[in-house]
Write a protein that binds this ligand. Structure first.
Ligand code: PLP
Length: 394
């Protein structure tokens, strides 16, 4: 057997997204891409902002000595300075370049954090529905994923979190705006979570980290804003990237920042810098670091996603779905009209609509619709959603 038992089981666990991807390719070959309504992938389709094209052209023509060389494993200090300045405003906390690391996307950043903090058997709480890769990242570094449900509106369920925290709890990952629910946690809830973690850390004589995974921070709707986690908790780490807000997921550029007063700060930063190196990233891509440094005030045109959010929500409402309207990101997570989400997603497939069952996010009875697709795809899916509901409920 060429592959390890663990990778075999990983492949089985990740089969939902892969299955939808394969089904989608087959359906598009059979019916033509324009006749398949593929809501299965969170691949941002808004173009990068205009400034990006200008800045990257300048960056690629730079022939100064050393522009393609190795660098400090945490990234160029001046790039980190530019990002720290923007983050200081965002987090209402004075962050310096020394509190940050450039990473290969948020995914790279999360792996760096896990590598730095986890001992074998340490638990990390994730809040369902959750980005399914968290489980792999935690397991990559010997940790154990503890799944805790959110409430009916996908907000924090404090009793459930309270019950789940134990002496082995090393961290909790919060993701706001959330993939897949589109929920944004209000400041009061972050404060309450901070207090809970402080109390539990004291009770167990440990440090429980709050890891805020924020790649969708800038993609919000209807004037909703994402509160600063650093104001609510000191032992906090923010991980983010330019995959969504500059539409650069293929360029693998992201960053992380620790709270300036986090416990054992230097030891933690040294461990994360070493993790960046020995996980094989070595450092985040040099060209992209130089590019994003110039784009701290730029964002994709989020009105594109806001318009699509309205379009899909109207279609789902008309078809009779129950859902919490997303406040950010580009996903909506409706209840399936029958309990069996896998069966319902199959009914949608008969209508040439691809969605991902909630089971793939630790939340059966729901499905994820990624609305980062052209308006026409959304508009032309309306009949199919109605038909599937009729067939499911007759
Ligand atoms: N976290 C969440 C919630 C995501 O949805 C994604 C990507 O879809 C990531 C992290 C990883 O993002 P990146 O491309 O920056 O690695």
């Amino acid at each position: 057997m060429p592959v390890s038992d663990k990778m075999k089981s990983y492949a089985e666990k990740s089969s939902w997204i892969r299955k939808m991807f394969e089904e989608g390719a087959k359906m598009k070959a059979e019916h033509g891409a324009e006749n398949v309504f593929d809501f299965s992938l969170g691949n941002p389709d808004a173009p990068p902002p205009e400034e990006f094209n200008k800045v990257i052209l300048e960056a690629v023509t730079d022939t100064s000595p050393g522009v393609h060389s190795y660098m400090p494993n945490g990234g160029y200090p001046w790039v980190r300075e530019a990002i720290a300045a923007r983050m200081s405003a965002e987090q209402q906390t004075d962050i310096s370049h020394g509190d940050m690391l450039m990473t290969c996307g948020a995914a790279g950043g999360l792996n760096v954090v896990m590598k730095a903090i986890l001992n074998p058997g340490d638990e990390v709480i994730v809040l369902a529905p959750y980005f399914v890769e968290y489980g792999f990242y935690i397991d990559n570094h010997g940790g154990v994923t503890r799944v805790v449900s959110t409430d009916n509106n996908f907000n924090l369920d404090f009793e459930a979190i309270d019950r789940a925290v134990c002496e082995k709890t090393k961290a909790i990952i919060i993701n706001s705006p959330n993939n897949p629910s589109g929920q944004i946690y209000p400041e009061g809830d972050l404060d309450r979570l901070g207090q809970l973690l402080r109390d539990k850390s004291a009770a167990h004589n440990t440090t429980i980290f709050m890891i805020a995974d924020e790649p969708y921070r800038k993609i919000t709707f209807d004037n909703h804003a994402v509160p600063p986690v650093f104001k609510s908790y000191t032992d906090a780490i923010v991980v983010s990237s330019y995959s969504k807000d500059l539409s650069l997921p293929g360029e693998r550029i992201g960053y992380l920042a620790v709270h300036p007063d986090i416990k054992d700060k230097q030891q933690l930063l040294d461990a994360m810098t070493l993790a960046n190196r020995i996980l094989g990233f070595v450092n985040a891509p040099a060209l992209m670091q130089r590019v994003v440094a110039e784009l701290q005030d730029a964002t994709v045109d989020t009105s594109i996603y806001a318009r699509r959010k309205e379009l899909i929500c109207n279609i789902l409402r008309d078809a009779g779905f129950h859902f919490t309207e997303p406040k950010g990101a580009f996903y909506v997570f409706p209840e399936t009209p029958i309990k069996d989400d896998v069966k319902f997603v199959a009914l949608l497939q008969n209508e040439r609509i691809l969605a991902v069952p909630g089971s793939g996010f630790g939340a059966p009875g729901y499905m994820r619709i990624a609305f980062c697709v052209p308006d026409k795809v959304i508009e032309n899916s309306a009949e199919g959603f109605k038909n599937a509901v009729k067939k499911a409920t007759r």
